[in-house]
Design a protein. Structure first.
Length: 568
């Protein structure tokens, strides 16, 4: 726990460090990249736009290693989720043209989307607040590999079979590619054009983005395309991508073309001020608190300046595009290898242009010189029997680690994975403070409708961390003959089945296409996996304690049930 908090504190502090002011020369930008990338390895392309002028646009490294083709400003990259701002623009332009409203029910245009009992609007799709399950997790769990050919029709078929949502639309934020696939389909049905055709005629042609297209046919030949790579065990290998799904991804473009898109936010060759204000307006939770996502873009602060940005990541492609409107500065970096951090490479160029670098009132320096001091008057007295319900191990699914809570006399002892004990300070019913850090850290014990009993660690304006209460396992000495978990598990929503096996030491789910997925038992009902689709597997039992099903939770799905089918 201390390691997590410390790393976050350091990251926040480093983000506020100041840089010396100096005049930026083209050589200054080139020097950031030229020594780190050569034509014998994958690389990146960089563009810098300042005061509506493209002042730097250059490539470094190899676009195609088999033929020795270098990256240039005209190299075409798949930029993954950078696509979303173009999809958002298309929807908002159609609204401006009177052909739809972002507050329309999605089923007005896509009646095949199930009626989940709650209205999902286009606004919900645009702001990742629809509650829809994440398409990539659904596809993978259904048996697809991400190097398969995947189209919008495949995604729509899965959506039609879903029985429930992650949450009530509009109540939460959860990043969801599914929503942007539906938005692209809505564009097609409203305009009677393919999404790729609409984007070409309404965006790319007017802006003279001559090398840009939405890739909706995996057999299309794309001139000057950069190939996708990954580095494994020190060896560079191809990383295949056959996506033909558009809306959330599959924009092919160059840094040169991206500079034209960046300039259009000011010159309004296409669109208008109202559209771009909507695209840049942060969302809100039901309580009025802001969400950093707008429509197709994130909105944040960087060194006291507003920053509007998005990243992209598919196969070996990595992309990052950031605009700092107050500085009239935009930077985009497109890379073709998964080990290249496009975000950090973008900030290298941005930092050159932030001449005064000083933090402002909106980005205060964190207090780091001494521990945070709590007001003793807020402390309360708690009896040991009031503390006993919190005594347990708490599992962190992000790191697969445990924090232990124990009662010692009339104190609650907090022991993170590092093993260093801390005495929690009671301030309310189930509410404590964690001393010994430079921040106001709360530790709250509560029941969450999605996770059950949890321990919430909260640092104001910095982080939340939720750890799940687990029970000690009581099923030791199991073998294949008496193991209550074994059997075939089927998801009717996915049309997929998995076999749960046990070899006397370890568990695994087996799928005929995806192979073996190891599982680790956390307690009698909870299992975890390093496979991102099965991060949390919770078993359900009937009144006789027989296992009847398991429910899967991951970063895009709150609960998806697989029913158990016993072999005859």
């Amino acid at each position: 726990m201390h390691r997590i908090l410390t790393s976050l504190f350091l990251a926040a502090a480093l983000a506020l460090q100041v840089l010396p002011a100096f005049a930026v020369e083209l050589g200054d930008i080139r020097a950031l990249y030229k020594d780190n990338f050569n034509d014998e390895a994958p690389g990146l392309a960089v563009v810098v736009v300042k005061d509506n002028e493209t002042i730097f646009s250059e490539g470094f490294g190899g676009a195609n290693l088999e033929y020795g083709i270098p990256i240039s400003e005209s190299t075409v990259f798949h930029v993954a989720s950078l696509s979303k701002q173009f999809t958002a623009f298309a929807i908002l332009k159609l609204e401006q043209d009177g052909l739809l409203s972002v507050d329309d029910d999605v089923r007005t245009y896509l009646p095949e989307v199930p009626d989940f009992g709650h209205t999902i609007t286009l606004r919900h799709l645009l702001t990742h607040s629809s509650g829809l399950r994440e398409q990539w997790r659904l596809l993978e769990m259904a048996g697809w590999r991400l190097d398969d050919v995947i189209t919008n029709d495949h995604v729509l078929t899965l959506v039609q079979d879903q029985k429930s949502l992650n949450f009530v639309p509009g109540t939460k934020f959860m990043y969801c590619n599914t929503g942007f696939t539906l938005l692209a389909e809505i564009v097609e049905r409203v305009t009677d054009q393919s999404f790729a055709e609409y984007a070409n005629t309404q965006i790319f042609e007017p802006l003279e983005m001559e090398s840009s297209l939405f890739f909706d046919d995996h057999e299309t030949i794309v001139t000057n395309r950069a190939y996708s790579y990954q580095r494994m065990d020190g060896v560079v290998r191809k990383s295949r991508l056959n996506f033909a799904t558009v809306g959330p991804t599959s924009l092919f473009t160059t840094v040169s073309d991206m500079s034209k898109w960046a300039i259009n936010f000011s010159t309004l060759t296409i669109g208008n001020k109202e559209i771009f204000e909507k695209m840049s307006r942060m969302g809100e939770r039901p309580d009025g608190s802001p969400v950093s996502y707008a429509m197709g873009q994130f909105v944040d602060q960087y060194k006291g300046r507003q920053m509007i940005y998005h990243s992209g990541s598919d196969a070996g492609y990595r992309a990052f595009f950031a605009r700092l409107p107050e500085e009239r500065l935009s930077v985009a970096v497109f890379a073709n290898a998964s080990n290249i951090d496009a975000r950090s490479e973008t900030f290298k160029a941005i930092d050159l242009y932030l001449e005064d670098g000083a933090t402002t009132a909106s980005s205060p320096e964190p207090e780091t010189a001494k521990d945070f001091e709590y007001d003793p008057e807020t402390f309360i007295s708690v009896l040991p029997e009031q503390l006993k319900p919190f005594e347990a191990r708490y599992w962190n699914p992000e790191e697969n680690s445990f924090t232990e809570i124990k009662v010692r006399e009339n104190e609650l002892i907090f022991t993170p994975p590092s093993g260093s004990e801390v005495t929690l300070i009671p301030v309310g019913a189930g509410q404590f403070k964690l001393p010994g850090t430079p921040y106001d850290v709360s530790v709250n014990f509560k029941t969450d409708e999605e996770r059950g009993e949890i321990m919430e660690v909260y640092v104001p304006d910095l982080m939340w961390l939720w750890l799940q209460k687990v029970q000690d396992s009581e099923t030791n000495g199991l073998d294949a003959s008496n193991n209550p978990y074994l059997g075939t598990y089927i998801s009717d929503e996915l049309g997929a089945s998995y076999e749960l096996t046990f070899d006397g030491e370890s568990y695994a789910l087996i799928h005929y296409r995806l192979g073996i997925i190891p599982l680790t038992r956390i307690d009698d009902n909870l299992f975890t996996s390093t496979n991102r689709n099965f991060r949390q597997v919770t078993f359900m039992k009937d009144e006789n304690l027989n296992v009847t099903a398991f429910s899967v939770r991951n970063d895009g799905i709150n609960s998806l049930e697989f029913r158990r089918v016993l072999k005859q």
